[in-house]
Design a protein around this ligand. Structure first.
Ligand SMILES: *[C@@H]1O[C@H](CO)[C@@H](O)[C@H](O)[C@H]1NC(C)=O
Ligand SMILES: *[C@@H]1O[C@H](CO)[C@@H](O)[C@H](O)[C@H]1NC(C)=O
Ligand SMILES: *[C@@H]1O[C@H](CO)[C@@H](O)[C@H](O)[C@H]1NC(C)=O
Ligand SMILES: *[C@@H]1O[C@H](CO)[C@@H](O)[C@H](O)[C@H]1NC(C)=O
Length: 400
C-alpha cells in the first residue's frame, strides 16, 4: 500500500497537458523538501538478477483525478520513498468497452458460508507466509520476485491436486499472467462447466510483489505489504477447494505483480479484461491485513476512496455478518491506494479492506527490510483470519 504524505492539488493543470514532474509546483515542493543522495537507488552491491532502468521515462498519475506527468524511474522511487502513491500508466492505452454491466448487491444471506469458516487455519497462513517472505525481495523486476510468483502458482496447483475432487479440479485453472517485467501476476479461475463468455466474473485480489523503498536492490520480505493479503486470500481459496465449493458463476483469485511500481500488474490485467469485453460482478481487494498496533482495538477497516459505494456497503454487511471484530470505514484525505483503483479507473465496481485505521497501520515497517513476520507481536496471524472470512463470504455470496 502507498500512503500520501501531502495532499497534491492539481487544479491549475489544463486537461491533456503533460508536465514533467519537476515543473509541477506542488510536486516540486515535496521533492525539494527531501535530499536524495546521488546514486541512492543504484545497485551498489552488484546484486545480480535485477533489471532496473533508473533513467526510463514513465508516465505517472498521482491520483485517479490527477493529470499524468512524465518522470523517470528514479523519480518514481523518490516518490515511493516519500510515501506518495501513484499509478504508472505508461503502457495503458484507452479501450472502447463502454457497455459494462452495473451490478447491485442484495444483503448477504448464505447458509453455506458459516459452515466453511471453521476450516480456516492460522497455522496454514503462517506456514505459507514463512515461505513467501523467505524470498530476498519480491521486487517485480528481479529474479527472486519471479521465483516468488512461481512458488505461489505451484502452491495453488498443489492445493488443487491435494484437496479438490477430480470434478472440481477440471474447473480450476492457474495461469501466470506475463508482463513486460520478470515477475508474473497469477490468475486462478474457478468456472462452472456451463459458464459462458458473457457471465460476470467475481474477482478477489491482493498483490504479490514487495519493495524496499530505500533502494529496490535491498531485501524486502514484504510480510505485511502485501504478503499478508496474498496468504489471506490464498487461505480462503484453500478452504473453498477443500470444501468442494463449485460456484454458479466464474470466480477468480488475482495475485498482482508490480503494485509497488504504480499498480502496473493490475492495470495490465484490467486492460486485458476490457479488451476481451469481460463483465465483472465485483472486485474485492486486500492490501495489508496483519497488523494490530499495541493498545488499539482490533478492527477491519473498509476504505471509502476510489471504490464503488454499493459494493462497499455490501462489504460492510459481510463484515457485520461474518467477522467477529468491529468494522470501521475510513475516507482517506490524504489517502492510500492499491490495485482496486485499477478496476475503479476503468469503471468496474471494486471495494477494499485493510488491517486498521491508517493511524494504527504498519507504516513504520512496510517497504523496509523490517517488514517481517517476526518484527513485533503486533503482527498477527489471527487478525488475518478475519479477512479470510471476508473473502470466503464475498466469494460464496457473489457466486452461489
Ligand atoms: C437470499 O436472498 C436471495 C435474494 O436476495 C434469494 O433469492 C435467496 O433465496 C436467499 N437465500 C436464502 C438462503 O435465504
Ligand atoms: C508442491 O508439491 C511437490 C510434490 O509434493 C513438492 O515437491 C513441492 O515442494 C510443492 N511446492 C509447493 C510450492 O507447495
Ligand atoms: C449453469 O448451471 C447452473 C445449475 O447447475 C444454473 O444455476 C446456472 O444458471 C447455469 N448457468 C448458465 C449460464 O447456463
Ligand atoms: C529496523 O528495525 C530496527 C530495530 O527497531 C531499527 O533500528 C532499524 O532502523 C530498522 N530498519 C529500517 C530499515 O527501518
Amino acid at each position: 500500500m502507498n500512503l500520501w504524505l501531502t495532499l497534491l492539488a492539481t487544479s491549475t493543470i489544463a486537461r491533456g497537458q503533460f508536465l514533467r514532474v519537476q515543473d509541477h509546483p506542488q510536486h516540486q515542493a515535496i521533492f525539494q523538501s527531501v535530499h536524495f543522495e546521488d546514486g541512492q537507488f543504484d545497485n551498489h552491491w552488484n546484486e545480480p538478477g535485477f533489471d532496473v532502468d533508473l533513467d526510463a521515462q514513465r508516465l505517472v498519475q498521482f491520483s485517479l483525478e490527477a493529470e499524468p506527468v512524465y518522470m523517470t524511474e528514479r523519480e518514481k522511487l523518490q516518490a515511493k520513498a516519500l510515501g506518495i502513491k501513484y499509478l504508472d500508466v505508461t503502457n495503458v492505452h484507452p479501450t472502447s468497452f463502454s457497455k459494462k454491466r452495473h451490478f447491485s448487491y442484495p444483503p448477504p444471506n448464505s447458509t453455506l458460508v458459516p459452515s466453511l469458516l471453521p476450516l480456516l487455519s492460522a497455522k496454514e497462513i503462517k506456514a505459507n507466509l514463512q515461505q513467501f517472505t523467505s524470498f530476498r525481495t519480491r521486487y517485480y523486476n528481479s529474479e527472486t520476485g519471479k521465483a516468488s510468483s512461481e512458488w505461489l502458482s505451484q502452491r495453488i496447483r498443489n492445493y488443487t491436486a491435494e484437496l479438490a475432487s477430480p470434478e472440481l479440479q477440471r474447473l480450476v485453472s492457474v495461469t501466470p499472467f506475463v508482463h513486460r517485467w520478470k515477475q508474473t501476476s497469477v490468475i486462478v479461475r474457478i468456472a462452472p462447466e456451463n459458464a459462458t463468455e458473457d457471465d460476470p466474473t467475481t474477482v478477489i485480489g491482493a498483490h504479490c510483489d514487495s519493495i524496499n523503498h530505500e533502494n529496490p536492490f535491498l531485501p524486502a520480505p514484504g510480510a505485511d505489504d502485501d504478503g499478508s493479503g496474498t496468504v489471506t486470500i490464498l487461505e480462503a481459496l484453500r478452504v473453498l477447494l477443500k470444501s468442494e465449493y463449485i460456484p454458479k458463476s466464474p470466480l477468480e483469485f488475482h495475485f498482482y505483480s508490480a503494485e509497488e511500481g504504480g499498480l502496473l500488474g493490475s492495470l495490465d490485467v484490467v486492460a486485458s479484461y476490457e479488451k476481451a469485453e469481460r463483465h465483472i460482478k465485483g472486485m474485492q481487494h486486500f492490501d495489508m491485513t496483519a497488523w494490530v498496533a499495541a493498545g488499539t482495538e482490533e478492527v477491519v477497516n473498509i476504505l471509502t476512496n476510489d471504490v464503488d459505494p454499493e459494493l462497499t456497503e455490501f462489504l460492510s454487511q459481510l463484515a457485520e455478518r461474518y467477522v467477529e471484530i468491529p468494522w470501521v470505514q475510513e475516507k482517506l484525505v490524504p489517502g492510500a491506494g492499491s490495485d482496486h483503483m485499477s478496476w475503479t479507473r476503468s469503471g468496474y465496481q471494486s471495494c477494499v479492506a485493510t488491517e486498521a485505521l491508517m493511524a494504527n497501520s504498519n507504516f513504520g515497517h512496510i517497504h523496509t527490510s523490517n517488514d517481517s513476520i517476526t518484527v513485533s507481536r503486533e503482527f498477527s496471524f489471527e487478525h488475518m483470519l478475519h479477512f479470510s472470512r471476508l473473502a470466503i463470504g464475498f466469494a460464496v455470496e457473489m457466486t452461489e
